[in-house]
Design a protein around this ligand. Sequence first.
Ligand SMILES: Nc1ncnc2c1ncn2[C@@H]1O[C@H](COP(=O)(O)OP(=O)(O)OP(=O)(O)O)[C@@H](O)[C@H]1O
Length: 233
Amino acid sequence: MLSVEAVHSYYGKAHILDGLSFEVRRGEVVALLGRNGAGKSTTMKSVMQLVRPRQGRVMFQGADLVGEPSYRVAKSGIGYVPEDRRIFTDLTVMENLEVGRQPARKGAPDWTIEQLFDIFPNLKERRTNRGKHMSGGEQQMLTIARTLMGNPLLLLLDEPSEGIAPVIVEQMAETIKTLKAEGLTVMISEQNLHFARAVADRAIIIEGGEKKFDGSFAELEAQPEIRDAYLSV
Ligand SMILES: Nc1ncnc2c1ncn2[C@@H]1O[C@H](COP(=O)(O)OP(=O)(O)OP(=O)(O)O)[C@@H](O)[C@H]1O
């Protein structure tokens, strides 16, 4: 579904992604792992064209996204939830969800607000509350729900478990499993190996903008030296 091919991305002169390549297949949950500063967020931004790769291709559904404006990338069916949740704080939960609404997309789950309330019961209870009166975890859930209102084929979640209470982290893991069961393809970036293992089918480890490992969690566990070298656990 998504194929990142030999991508090089920069911030000014700083060379961040150094020929990064990997694939995400339809229906899987992939975890992008690596330490602080490894390049996980830059990878997601390079897919969304918020950072424009200087070399390489980002193939999605058979077309190269490199050079496309970010809104077109989103419209092509990639939902992106950045690390800094971006809800409209003066709008209610319902209004935030309506803002995200896009037409149904072939091959993608078609979400209604009622279905999203089944997945995110806290949002249902707080449907008339304004965004600014919600906890960090609730805001994170709202950002994901609003992104799902766009009926994406592929969902990119940047550090979904970061900065939220442990009980919400558990809910978040359940949520991602539910989304997979509904047929959504998901890529998460994570520093939390435990969380990643609980939700993802496959791990891709990056360090210094290069891929260092690509395989199952069982394969990763069989190679503790890789975990020790590239992950802070
Ligand atoms: N806007 C920016 N301008 C310049 N350098 C940046 C910018 N954003 C990130 N970087 C640098 O790019 C490198 C990769 O950062 P990135 O955010 O992709 O890492 P990450 O793996 O997502 O880590 P984190 O968990 O901290 O988000 C880091 O060295 C970081 O300092």
